[in-house]
Design a protein around this ligand. Structure first.
Ligand code: C2O
Ligand code: CU
Length: 385
């Protein structure tokens, strides 16, 4: 019953198909049709979602997997695991919650540095909303999806954080995970017991399965809540209780800073031709979130020149962690070379993100917390003609 659009998150597609209302298209009216026509240039794990208001927090999203015909695929099974935070239909809608946050009424505003037993938390507060449910593939922990396989099989797990307001720490009880891709791009295989995913981020991991029944857990960072989970069954036995917490979540939890790209995934070496400042600001006070000092529409577009290596100097001057997302391009984190389209940026952190301005059009750069984005933490990236 509402106008909507579809954004193809992370895909370097033609601007007309990017799905941003008021920038690349008019919203699709109820009952009408819009055709998205584009070539997907890069294989990997992506997702698509509404780009209107906080519709993403009503579940208007889906996984988008682009297979590489040249990929050897040395695994026996491939699972897609989508993480979400959920409140729609529990008495309030996401639009009610946004209105409350802006009004400062904030019955839902439970923020703080929750430790959650996850060791040293690298993030400041990452979310503003306390959700009644956290989901894996649309299911609550007591009704978890069960993946089945045989002991000894190798599985590739494609993790997608489709939530609006939640950073998750993910672990598979009893297993080590080898991270192979971040936001679709190959990384040097890196082993860990657990890893963080910010809103909009994707990571692929592979692991060799043991014999038994294991919880695949996504613990909301900094929120007091029952973690989301699926089950992995390779043998007989009782399922662990719905609140079972893998020991791996108490060990080191990998972040993007622990990863490096494969040589093929690197951007060619080049000094930036131009440098643009992107300052993330704002706070819970009046729930005003800004980029470069003003809310979207009041800030001036970032101006890039076609053909130039462009560096974004993203500094987070707010108290929270924000998942910074760029449309239409993928950037390389200057310090590591890691290719991504969405990156968690901590309080007072400065990250330099390099990309080639090779895709003309009007694009968005924004915080992938759906509530922050709607409250203004977005900016346009425009090409000089
Ligand atoms: Cu998935 Cu503009 O975002
Ligand atoms: Cu944010």
């Amino acid at each position: 019953p509402a106008p909507t659009t579809v954004h193809w998150h992370g895909i370097r597609l033609r601007n007309e198909a990017d799905g941003v209302p008021g920038l690349t298209q008019a919203p699709i009216a109820p009952g009408s049709t819009y055709r998205y026509d584009f070539v997907a240039p890069d294989p990997g794990t992506y997702f698509f979602h509404s780009h209107v208001g906080v519709q993403i927090d009503r579940g208007l999203y889906g996984a988008l997997i682009i297979d590489d015909p040249r990929e050897p695929g040395d695994y026996d099974a491939e699972w897609v695991v989508v993480l979400d935070d959920w409140l729609d239909g529990t008495g309030k809608t996401p639009d009610d919650v946004l209105a409350e946050l802006i009004k400062g009424g904030g019955g839902h505003a439970g923020h703080g540095m929750g430790m959650g037993g996850m060791g040293d938390p690298p993030w400041g507060p990452g979310g503003d909303v306390t959700y009644p449910h956290y989901l894996v593939n649309g299911r609550i922990p007591v009704a978890a999806e069960t993946f089945t396989a045989k002991p000894g099989q190798r599985v590739r797990i494609r993790l997608i954080n489709a939530s609006a307001d939640t950073i998750f720490a993910v672990a598979l009880g009893g297993h080590r995970l080898t991270v192979t891709h971040s936001d679709g791009y190959a990384v040097r295989p890196t082993e860990t017991g657990a890893l963080y995913l910010g809103m909009g981020e994707r990571y692929d991991v592979v692991t060799t399965l043991k014999d038994g029944v294991f919880p695949l857990v996504a613990a909301p960072f900094g929120k007091q809540a029952t973690a989301a989970r699926a089950l992995v069954r390779t043998g007989s036995g009782e399922a662990p209780p719905p609140d079972a917490r893998p020991a791996e979540l108490g060990g080191p939890v990998l972040t993007h800073a622990d990863l490096a790209p494969t040589d093929a995934a690197r951007l060619p070496n080049k000094a930036p031709d131009s440098v643009l400042d992107v300052v993330l600001g704002g706070g819970m006070g009046n729930y005003a979130w800004t980029i470069n000092g003003a809310a979207y529409g009041k800030n001036s577009p970032l101006q890039v020149t076609a053909g130039q290596r462009t560096r974004l100097r993203v500094s987070n001057m707010s108290m929270m962690t924000h998942p910074f997302h760029l449309h239409g391009h993928t950037f390389a984190v200057a310090s590591t070379g890691l290719r991504k389209d969405t990156l968690l940026v901590r309080h007072m952190e400065l990250v330099e993100l390099d990309f080639d301005a090779d895709n003309r059009g009007s694009w968005m750069a924004h915080c992938h917390n759906a509530y922050h984005g709607e409250a203004g933490m977005m900016i346009e990236l425009a090409y000089r003609s």
